[in-house]
Design a protein around this ligand. Structure first.
Ligand SMILES: Cc1cc2nc3c(=O)[nH]c(=O)nc-3n(C[C@H](O)[C@H](O)[C@H](O)COP(=O)(O)O)c2cc1C
Length: 183
């Protein structure tokens, strides 16, 4: 199983990254191949609504940090999107990436892939509803199947780590991802 993990937090040791790293460990132990990308390390230009992806090769004509992200999204069987909640939504870098999904609405290259969300928020689940709904609608438009959503009340660096130590809820997500492949 190929798993691509996209981290939409600027904090490389933050809560999203902690959960993503643990998920990578669990999945890799079970034989999955995981690749992780930190969106803030990629120069992602905004979608400019040029509509060129609707014609010709049905690809984005902008050549930037999205190129490698596109390639690995297409490589993956399962795509993990992790973003902290910023003002009830995904981070700005995550939204830049989402807007650049537009070619996939036309070329259907993500159709049938499975996905999961990792959403830490200072206030926890209650502030994640808008983001969950946004991703659900994006996935529906692209034909992506949502496996699971992991929300977590976490604010400071180390909060996720501390909670994982008490109960490894990331293992539950990993098992769900692996189980569904067997169905
Ligand atoms: C600009 C900004 C806006 C935020 N807005 C929210 C919010 O609306 N609701 C919430 O629960 N937490 C909010 N937070 C807190 C983060 O979601 C929280 O600290 C999260 O654990 C950060 O994840 P990270 O460690 O992976 O970066 C906000 C943080 C920042 C920096």
């Amino acid at each position: 199983m190929h798993v691509a993990i996209f981290i939409g937090s600027p904090r490389t040791s933050g809560n999203t990254a902690t959960i993503a790293t643990r998920l990578d460990e669990h999945l890799s132990k079970s034989g999955a191949t995981c690749r992780t990308y930190y969106l803030y390390h990629h120069q992602i230009q905004p979608c400019i609504d040029c509509r060129r992806c609707k014609v010709d090769k049905q690809e984005c004509i902008q050549k930037d940090g999205m190129s490698v992200l596109y390639k690995n999204m297409e490589w993956a069987d399962v795509i993990i999107f992790g973003t902290p909640i910023y003002w009830f939504g995904p981070t700005a870098q995550t939204k830049l990436m989402i807007d650049r999904f537009r070619p996939y609405f036309v070329n259907k290259k993500l159709h049938g892939k499975r996905a999961a969300l990792i959403l830490p928020a200072g206030s926890g689940e209650g502030d994640c509803d808008i983001t969950i709904e946004q991703f659900k609608r994006v996935f529906k438009a692209l034909g992506v199947v949502l496996i699971d959503v992991l929300t977590l009340e976490a604010y400071d660096l180390g909060d996720a780590e501390e909670q994982i130590r008490k109960h490894d809820f990331v293992r539950d997500l990993a098992e769900k991802i692996l189980q569904e492949e067997e169905v």
